[in-house]
Ligand binder design. Structure first.
Ligand code: B12
Ligand code: SF4
Length: 479
């Protein structure tokens, strides 16, 4: 069987003039996961439009397209093209799950939810010539899933070829998040076995890893065993976590650092507790954000702070306040978003009931446009403020101010190198991406992340001392 798997890109990622590095970071892990269910004698190819021009010639037997909201229209055009040629087109992913009826108009088969149960069931039906129209995921487990087909990933095209997910979903329920809608009808947070996760890590070449899990620290027992297993592997890794996990995870964060954690994407989202309540982001309530930052910095972990603008208690002062706060706390990099009501989320239902959703063009649901009427400013103010936040946070002056906030020369230099590397050399990134050489920059990223922090050295020494003391106590009765 001839199978083509496609990850279409949003327009910005394919611009002839400008290619932001963020689209050349991670390979299409979801499609490589699904490819693992094919047989050895199937011919399969994965194409990722974020990093390559799609080849739409030929007529595969089966075309698989992963659909995000921002690439939905593009995905539908590609689907229509292949259906006209007679290929069987399967659509799945987040947007298909949110709006199945819309997607069904462009597909022979649609898939709702994660694919680990439905995709193999479909393949068996398809081979027998009786493929269904809709497959809804119900069985939520990662037990026994086949090894991801990483051989299909064109590693040199990505800065971070070693992305990995060892869980699915998240234990929390924030109103604006995709996850409740996507996992409806079954469990919405589950992990691999620790052994399977460690085996997947062992298969990855080089040092650097990026865990794309929504909440790697969400299951304490799993995370503890994972970090224990990773200790001594010599890895350098990055991941996402919550404020809650950072401030209330006694010992877990230290274990993560020992196993190679060097930078964490932290969902601060808003500095206003009324906004947290409104979005049901309860896990951030009554958490001392400053404490979380200190804890991470003391362990030498850099922070990518995530912030969302446009919640109902935000007025035009939110942009300056947030940026100043992030700089003064020495947050190394920041990702700003405009609040976006994805269809299927509680936020979407609420804003729709209030008649506040004003844009229905999915291309603009990219977290850079105001698609709803904010409560305390206009949509234009929100978009202007969002753009200003990025400009202000990444000014040279701000980078220098943020670097000085560390009170430690090495940490400050690393801050400056990391922040400037992402945002101050964008023309250089653009050239590297066009030359299809993003992968060549990985050693530079590894160098910046590498263990040269006095805090980490101090932490390692302290831990070694404790282990030696504990070993002496254990050994005492034998002497
Ligand atoms: C890595 C990532 C990216 C990467 C790369 C995407 C990629 N390579 O897949 C980059 C940086 C390019 C990116 C960009 C953006 N992203 Co992004 N990204 C992610 C992230 C963190 C992980 C995705 C991943 O690899 N998951 C792990 C794999 C195993 O799961 P999966 O891809 O979902 O695939 C499974 C299922 O979806 C299903 N499936 C998927 N397709 C199909 C097809 C068929 C036929 C079948 C059977 C099953 C199936 O089966 C797979 C196995 O279970 C997610 C968060 C998340 N947890 O998903 C956000 C996320 C997907 N991104 C999001 C957003 C908003 C964006 C941006 C708009 C951000 C921005 N402001 O620029 C852009 C636009 C992307 C686009 N193309 O349109 C939102 C999507 C919201 C939505 N409703 O679509 C998410 C959910 C983040 C969030 N919490 O809001 N992203
Ligand atoms: S903590 Fe993050 S991943 Fe979990 S529900 Fe909230 S926004 Fe989604």
């Amino acid at each position: 069987m001839n199978v083509k798997m496609i990850l279409p890109a949003l327009t910005e990622a394919t611009s002839a003039f400008w290619r932001p590095i963020k689209y050349s970071l991670f390979p299409p892990l979801g499609l490589a996961t699904l490819a693992a269910y094919l047989r050895d004698d199937d011919h399969v190819e994965i194409q990722d439009e974020h990093v390559e021009r799609l080849d739409l010639d030929g007529t595969p037997d089966l075309v698989v397209i992963q659909v995000y909201i921002t690439s939905a229209y593009r995905a539908y055009r590609i689907a229509d093209h292949y259906r006209a040629k007679g290929a069987h087109v399967a659509l799945g992913g987040l947007h298909v799950t949110s709006l199945p009826e819309e997607a069904a108009g462009h597909a022979d088969t649609i898939f709702l939810g994660p694919g680990e149960d439905t995709w193999p069931a479909f393949l068996a039906d398809f081979r027998r010539g009786c493929a269904g129209r809709v497959y809804q995921s119900r069985v939520r487990t990662l037990a026994g899933i086949p090894p991801i087909r990483r051989d299909l990933i064109k590693r040199r095209l990505y800065l971070v070829p070693n992305s990995i997910v060892v869980s699915r979903g998240c234990p929390h329920v924030c109103d604006f998040c995709y996850k409740e809608a996507f996992f409806e009808g079954g469990r919405s947070f589950y992990t691999q076995t620790v052994d399977a996760a460690l085996a997947e890590i062992e298969r990855l070449p080089g040092r650097h890893l990026y865990f794309l899990d929504d909440h790697l620290f969400g299951d304490r027992r799993f995370a503890t065993a994972l970090f224990d297993g990773m200790r001594g592997m010599g890895r350098l890794w990055q991941a996402a976590g919550t404020v809650n996990a950072v401030v209330s995870s006694s010992g877990l964060l230290e274990a993560a650092v020992d196993s190679g954690l060097r930078s964490l994407f932290v969902g601060f989202e808003t500095l206003d507790h009324r906004n947290l309540l409104e979005q049901r982001k309860y896990q951030n309530l009554r958490r001392d954000y400053g404490d979380a930052i200190r804890r991470l910095h003391d362990l030498g972990v850099m922070i990518n702070g995530s912030f969302v603008f446009g919640m109902d208690n935000d007025d035009a002062s939110v942009f300056g306040q947030t940026v100043d706060w992030a700089i003064d706390h020495g947050i190394e990099t920041a990702t700003f978003h405009i609040l976006t009501p994805y269809p299927g989320t509680a936020l979407h239902r609420r804003l729709e009931a209030q008649g506040r959703i004003v844009v229905h063009n999915w291309d603009r649901y990219d977290t850079r446009h105001a698609v709803f009427r904010p409560a305390r400013m206009s949509g234009e103010e929100l978009e202007r403020g969002y753009r200003r936040a990025y400009r202000d946070f990444y000014r040279w002056r701000s980078i220098a101010r943020g670097a000085c906030a560390h009170g430690d020369v090495v940490a400050g230099l690393r801050h400056a190198a990391y922040a400037a590397g992402w945002k101050k050399f964008e023309p250089l990134w653009d050239l590297i991406i066009r030359a299809k050489r993003a992968g060549m920059m990985l050693p530079v990223l590894e160098m910046v992340l590498a263990e040269n922090q006095p805090q980490q050295r101090e932490h390692a020494k302290r831990r070694k001392r404790l282990i030696t003391q504990a070993a002496r106590v254990d050994a005492a009765p034998l002497r």
